[in-house]
Design a protein around this ligand. Structure first.
Ligand SMILES: NC(=O)c1ccc[n+]([C@@H]2O[C@H](COP(=O)([O-])OP(=O)(O)OC[C@H]3O[C@@H](n4cnc5c(N)ncnc54)[C@H](O)[C@@H]3O)[C@@H](O)[C@H]2O)c1
Length: 364
């Protein structure tokens, strides 16, 4: 049995030939997810706006050549419904969002529209599409009411969110819970046959992210320009994790929702182990050291919009009930990011490089 066949049989082999629709597939996490799903043998469809950074992983890894892409606004309900009715997906992973905290301070109305009404639209579209059996709504660790304490947040804690991004994701969680109660209720599963869950991941890092105002992309941009990376909030503690970690969590969750019905239809945390919950300056020093010559940083002392200082997730539930566990610690994650970016700067084939990293991760 060769390696590809082994990988296809991961997640109980349920993704093979399965129709999966990913919203936000032109983004950082969406592009990785599409590649993974293709490796697993899925029939993949994407719905999103055109890539919003230049460069971007969607184009660098030529995702468009692998999957069927629909370019549309999640707020365009008519088009979204049409796409869903045409595709008839069995599994939907919803990731389309305005995903940047600082951007949400500049564009609060747009952030709430996309993150809240976008969730309503995709769930409505699922409601009228009979093929849909499993839905994962991807929110964030920032959806919890942040109490600035040292304990980890559990899935049963109140939703909240200080800034528009975090709050809009808390709202997206409330929308999910409303749809689960009102339309996809576990007690009536035999009538509707749909399982809906939400997933809350930490600060996701990986090759192929060029978003503004995120530490790793800021670091790479600074390296390319021969400048020091400027960090804000050096003491802010975040649950850093390689992009493969939450994505494997979403896939385990969607597989369970698909095969075992509504038993898993609730909120799930997917964060790193405690050793990898570190502050911004700690991570910056580590990545500078691993990169080597030319990497250094300075602290931006200008006043910054409010962002949480302490944020940790308790992932005991996903470990115990889903059998999910982080595989790459922060050191391995940062090494893989550096390898990815050095390959990019050396003009390598980024589809191949990304696929190799996916295969390495799954070979564990
Ligand atoms: N990157 C992280 O650290 C992180 C952490 C936790 C949760 N998340 C969540 O994961 C998901 C993906 O994040 P990402 O880092 O890949 O973000 P990203 O900004 O790279 O990608 C966002 C995607 O959403 C799409 N999108 C945005 N507005 C849209 C609209 N109006 N209509 C249709 N599509 C639209 C974009 O086209 C893009 O495909 C988001 O829901 C985000 O909130 C991200």
């Amino acid at each position: 049995m060769d390696k590809m066949v082994t990988i296809e049989t991961l997640f109980g082999g349920i993704y093979k030939n399965r129709k999966v629709l990913v919203t936000g597939h032109t983004g950082f996490k969406g592009s990785w997810l599409c590649l993974i799903l293709k490796i697993l043998g899925a029939d993949v469809y994407g719905y999103a706006l055109n890539p919003h950074t230049n460069p971007n992983l969607f184009e660098e890894a030529q995702i468009d050549k692998l999957i069927t892409s629909f370019f549309g606004d999640i707020l365009d309900r008519e088009y979204l419904d049409k796409v869903m009715s045409e595709v008839q997906p069995e599994i939907v992973i919803h990731m389309a969002a305005q995903a940047i905290v600082r951007e949400s301070y500049k564009l609060p109305v747009e952030t709430f529209s996309v993150n809240v009404m976008g969730t309503v639209h995709i769930l409505e579209a699922c409601r009228i599409t009979p093929s849909v059996k499993a839905i994962v709504n991807v929110t964030t660790d920032k959806c919890y009411e942040n109490k600035e304490w040292h304990w980890c947040y559990r899935e049963n804690e109140p939703m909240g969110g200080y800034d528009p991004y975090s709050n809009s994701k808390g709202c997206s969680e409330l929308v999910t819970s409303c749809y689960r109660n009102s339309f996809f209720n576990s007690e009536k599963y035999t009538d509707h046959g749909v399982s809906l869950a939400s997933a809350r991941a930490g600060n996701v890092i990986g090759g192929g992210d060029w978003a503004d105002d995120r530490l790793i992309p800021d670091f790479i941009r600074a390296i390319v320009k021969g400048e020091k990376v400027k960090i804000r909030s050096p003491f802010a503690i975040r649950p850093w994790q390689h992009v493969m970690e939450p994505l494997s969590g979403y896939l385990i969750l969607a597989a369970k929702l698909y095969t075992e019905g509504s038993k898993y239809a609730e909120g799930w945390n997917f964060g790193p182990d405690n050793n990898d919950v570190q502050n911004v300056e700690w991570i910056t020093k580590k990545i500078c050291k691993l990169w080597g010559k030319g990497a250094s940083y300075s602290v931006d002392t200008n006043p910054q919009p409010h962002e949480a200082n302490y944020l940790k997730l308790d992932c005991s539930k996903a470990k115990a009930a889903l059998g999910w566990t982080p595989k790459w610690n922060i050191q391995t994650a940062l090494i893989s990011i550096i390898e990815w970016n050095k390959a990019f700067l050396n003009g390598k084939n980024m589809r191949k490089v990304t696929e190799e990293q996916i295969n390495n991760y799954f070979s564990l």
